[in-house]
Design a protein. Structure first.
Lengths: 115, 116
């Protein structure tokens, strides 16, 4: 079975632009989470969606938004890009959303560079 | 608050040496979950293990072993007879009701370099 897929793999944008990142979960998984990983740091939680509803949101500004589609794929949108948004964006899928500490399986990530 | 500390920023070993990666966590939850992931240069986080707080049994999987000790809030990871392919950044993560069991709190990672 295919793992979590993300597109694009790399992206270069300029400050103020908008970006959309895409994620397809493992077949049968209904939950998608997004994380931001800045160079040299651990991933930071941005959002989780389960059955097309937002289940959790991390400490990120409103410039970050996401949604989940009926086929459980997901998009992460970032508006008004800042230099500090340059990072590896990771998508993770899991069967469910809590409360059992579901194991999350990660995709290869999208490397975003903001100039 | 929940927190994961990986005090070792970088470790270098020679192939075939054993190496232990430390993970110390903080939580007020009585039920929580601990994870280890491997991140090779490609960037993808590879799942290694999940442990429940009520299961303190140590686990061995091939050359990998994990030592979970609630008394010291530690969940350490040992690689026996390390190989060059083990070179990667390793992350320890925690989830629990306080932060939302859907959300992982990651440590800052330990970069392991295995030299031939």
């Amino acid at each position: 079975d295919a793992g979590v897929t993300q597109s694009p793999t790399h992206l270069i944008k300029t400050r103020g632009q908008h970006v959309t990142l895409r994620c397809s979960p493992i077949s049968g998984h209904k939950s998608v989470s997004w994380y931001q990983q800045v160079l040299g740091q651990g991933p930071q939680f941005i959002f989780q969606y389960y059955e097309k509803e937002e289940r959790g949101r991390g400490n990120f500004p409103d410039r970050f938004s996401a949604r989940q589609f009926p086929n459980y794929s997901s998009e992460l949108n970032v508006n008004a890009l800042l230099l500090g948004d340059s990072a590896l964006y990771l998508c993770a899928s899991s069967l469910r959303s809590g409360p059992g500490g579901e194991t999350q399986y990660f995709g290869p990530g999208t490397r975003l560079l903001v100039l | 608050a929940q927190k994961v500390t990986q005090a070792q920023t970088e470790i270098s070993v020679v192939e075939k040496e054993d190496v232990t990666l430390d993970c110390v966590y903080e939580t007020r939850d009585t039920t929580y979950y601990l994870f280890w992931y491997k991140q090779p240069p490609s960037g993808e986080l590879v799942f290694l293990i999940r442990r429940n707080s009520f299961d303190e049994q140590n686990e061995i999987s091939g050359r990998y072993s994990w030592n979970f000790q609630k008394s010291t809030s530690s969940f350490n990871f040992t690689i026996t007879a390390s190989q060059v392919v083990d070179s990667a950044v390793y992350f320890c993560a925690l989830s629990g009701p306080t932060s939302g069991t859907y959300k992982y709190i990651f440590g800052t990672g330990t970069r392991l370099k295995v030299l031939a």
